[in-house]
Design a protein around this ligand. Structure first.
Ligand SMILES: [Zn+2]
Length: 397
């Protein structure tokens, strides 16, 4: 049992969670099956798949039909997959119920993070820029399974207050929240530039350059704040600044409709904060989307631009509108790259999941002394053949 503590970067790991970790990633686990429990069903499936082939080998007088063999093997595999999915789903609910009896918040966290495990699937490739460091890995698992975060300082070295996960995600000292927000926006820009022409995607677009005379916040003596993705905003503060309020995070032409520009605005929400942890996470994300829409959508429409909020959680859960944007990107890439939708969807989602995980780790462990941060260009593939390895692990679950 040394493997799990090493995997989680902890001195010891609760063996009670072994059942949970044995489930596939989309059922909240880590795809670490228990061979003693799965051997029988795998053996049954194997004998069913090869039943016709074995029968023909034994009975040499019978003509072998490759089509029949493939049909029977395919049907057996589908049956095995469906049976396993039902079994895993029931097992997951049982485990959640068991955890929920003693720790309701943990059970809710695990339940919601089911959809945020794309980063676990990805094979690290230097050319793809999707490597995950040891600290990012352990932070990702700690958020997914609501565990203590390793080596978190007891005092915040930015403001001197008692440090905690909640404090780190709320402390603005040092600008880490805004840098993390900008990193997520930059990754989205990078992906959008694979969909649209490079010049059609630009950061920090001005939403309303010609102010209405009735705008109570408009001050003609103030110059627009030039904050190239390094402003004072983490996606929540920008709404409070009268000048930053006039800017989105990304403008992309032809995203929703040909000829029109879409303004996207990123926000990252901590779903386990004191005010959010007892609320339905879907409703929390939805409320942030609605808040962004109320502030920006009408002004964007005055300029005949679409507006869409891109709301995500620190643990990698995507809001409904963010999910729709990623689906749209994946569908465009499906045609452009001539690849199945499942592959492009996984590619887009895992890229964004890794970007969120990196930004979250940066908030927890990053330097909080105020300084000018120069954002490096995120690594991206230069050779499309490297993409072939991107989803090769996804079938493991
Ligand atoms: Zn602080």
């Amino acid at each position: 049992m040394d493997f799990l503590p090493a995997l989680f970067g902890m001195a010891e790991y609760d063996p009670g969670d072994r059942d949970l970790l044995s489930l596939p990633i989309k059922f909240g686990g880590l795809a670490l099956p228990k061979p003693t429990e799965t051997a029988d069903s795998h053996y049954t499936n194997s004998t069913t798949c090869s039943g016709y082939l074995a029968q023909c080998l034994r009975d040499q007088s019978q003509d072998f039909s490759l089509v029949r063999h493939e049909t029977e093997a395919s049907a057996a595999r589908d049956h095995h997959r469906e049976t396993n999915a039902k079994r895993h789903s029931l097992r997951f609910l049982e485990i959640l119920h068991r955890i929920g009896v003693t720790d309701k918040v943990r059970a809710e966290t695990i339940k919601r993070c089911v959809s945020s495990g794309s980063w676990i699937h990805v094979l690290p490739f230097d050319a793809l820029g999707n490597q995950i460091t040891r600290s990012e890995w352990s932070v990702g698992l700690a958020l997914r399974y609501h565990l203590d975060i390793k080596d978190l300082p007891t005092l915040c070295h930015g403001c001197g207050c008692t440090n905690s996960r909640n404090h780190a995600f709320a402390c603005h000292t040092g600008g880490l929240l805004s840098h993390a927000h900008d990193d997520i926006a930059r990754e989205l820009i990078l992906i959008l530039r694979r969909v649209a022409q490079k010049t059609h995607v630009r950061p920090e677009p001005v939403i309303h350059p010609s102010h209405m005379p009735t705008d109570p916040l408009y001050d003609p003596t103030k110059k627009p704040v030039v904050t190239p993705l390094a402003g004072l905003a983490d996606g929540s503060d920008d709404d409070e600044d009268p000048e930053n309020r006039k800017r989105g995070d990304i403008a992309c032409k032809h995203l929703f409709d040909q000829g029109t520009t879409a303004i996207l605005d990123v926000r990252c929400v901590h779903l386990n904060s004191k005010s959010n942890k007892l609320k339905d996470p879907e409703k929390v994300l939805k409320s942030h989307e609605m808040e962004k829409r109320r502030k920006y959508a009408a002004e964007c429409w005055e300029e005949r631009m679409h507006f869409a909020p891109f709301v995500v959680s620190r643990c990698g859960v995507f809001g409904k509108e963010a999910t729709n944007i990623l689906r749209l990107i994946a569908k465009t890439l499906e045609v452009k790259w001539d690849l199945p939708y499942s592959r492009t969807a996984f590619f887009v989602k895992s890229r964004m999941s890794i970007a969120i995980l990196r930004s979250t780790t940066q908030i927890l462990y990053g330097e909080r002394k105020p300084m000018k941060v120069v954002h490096g260009q995120p690594a991206f593939f230069h050779d499309n053949s490297a993409l072939l390895g991107y989803w090769s692990t996804s079938r493991w679950s």
